[in-house]
Design a protein around this ligand. Structure first.
Ligand code: SF4
Ligand code: SF4
Length: 189
């Protein structure tokens, strides 16, 4: 059966606000799927990046904010580097995550949203990522503070984790970015 999609219907849903937030023109995507074939988490997801873009093109609404892929996305930008149309899907995922939080969408089961929150909290506090603090907040949030603690000495010895917080970050600018994001959220965008 052939499904005809009217232009008016395709302009509804989340598409416009996602385009505005991400600076991406979703109409450029012609579904070559190069993004999906390079995405490291596509196989874990029921909706790989090309499908998320397609669904936005077809007028997907808030139900897309409950999609697990937006929380599985690592922001690695492999999709962006492979896309022949230079569509920044990582920015699209950022926009979808921000909208999911702003609109209180049901978050998927699993730890990705909690990890995301812990990571952003440390960036907000220290101006840069600080693994030790992010891990502590993440584990504390799940009531498992001492889980994996046995791995800590080996990671320390191999220089995989720093004890001291990062220095030299422009905390003031980072704080302004977070404040601006908070205002955007408060304005309902
Ligand atoms: S690589 Fe680009 S054009 Fe191809 S499906 Fe992905 S977003 Fe669309
Ligand atoms: S940025 Fe996200 S969607 Fe794109 S390739 Fe990386 S994990 Fe996949």
């Amino acid at each position: 059966m052939t499904v005809k999609i009217k232009k008016k219907a395709a302009e509804t849903g989340l598409r416009r606000i996602v385009e505005e937030m991400s600076g991406v023109d979703l109409s450029l995507c012609y579904q070559c799927k190069k993004c999906t074939s390079g995405c490291p988490v596509a196989k874990l997801s029921q909706s790989p990046p090309s499908e998320i873009v397609r669904r936005l093109q077809l007028g997907a609404g808030d139900e897309l904010l409950e999609n697990e892929h937006i929380w599985l996305c690592l922001t690695c930008e492999t999709c962006y580097s492979r896309c022949p149309m230079q569509i920044n899907i990582a920015a699209v995922m950022d926009a979808l995550r921000a909208l999911a939080l702003a609109r209180n969408a049901s978050l998927p089961k699993g730890n990705a949203p909690a990890f995301n929150r812990a990571f952003l909290n440390t960036v907000k506090t220290y101006g840069r990522s600080y693994d030790l603090s992010a891990i502590a907040q993440y584990k504390l949030g799940g009531g498992n503070l001492i889980q994996d603690i046995g791995k800590f000495p080996a990671m320390l010895k191999k220089g995989k984790i720093a004890v001291l917080p990062p220095s030299g970050a422009d905390k003031q600018t980072v704080k302004q970015i977070f404040n601006k994001a908070q205002q955007t959220k408060g304005s309902g965008r």
